[in-house]
Design a protein around this ligand. Sequence first.
Ligand code: GRF
Length: 193
Amino acid sequence: MIKMAVLASGTGRTLLNFFDLYKSGRLQADPCVVIVDRQCGALDHAANYVNKIDVYRLKGSEDIFTVCRKHNIKLVALAGFLSKLEIPEDYVNRVMNIHPSLLPSFGGKGMYGHHVHQAVLDYGCKVSGCTVHFVDNEYDHGPIIGQVVIPAYAVDTPDILAKRVFEKECILYPDCVNDFANKRIRVKGRITF
Ligand code: GRF
């Protein structure tokens, strides 16, 4: 079983999904370290989790990866984490993120939460989705690991579209984590296979 650190800044729904799947034996990475960069809902989920975990409040990349090394963390999963990271050499292709659009569309600085879904609807897109990717030193840019497409409707509100996307996120992200844990992801340049 590999050890995973989960980094969060928001409500912590993604973190909670990891906890639930791990408890029921469907996640092959142990979410044993949680790092937040601010006071947020994810802290409550971490406090209520039945397993013993280590929780940190940190912002800078150096401090974050020092903690990850100390705990022998093999995979870092960003779960709505809003601070920009600089990925050190030993964590290249070991940090994952999920973004609520089909990258490279609707990504980059400022594209998070409802801003993404509003932009998709304003553009008149007929599909949207979510993307899991390795994190590099540019926002929403690293090698794509998996994507799921869902329909977008003209009558959608950002909240309705977000809900439809999030349901798929809850399946895609753990699938990608399990692929990583089972060494099923290879990376060449920005191509994964
Ligand atoms: C989702 O939009 C996800 O795509 C993005 O963060 C949001 C989830 O945050 N990475 P949270 O888990 O509800 O805090």
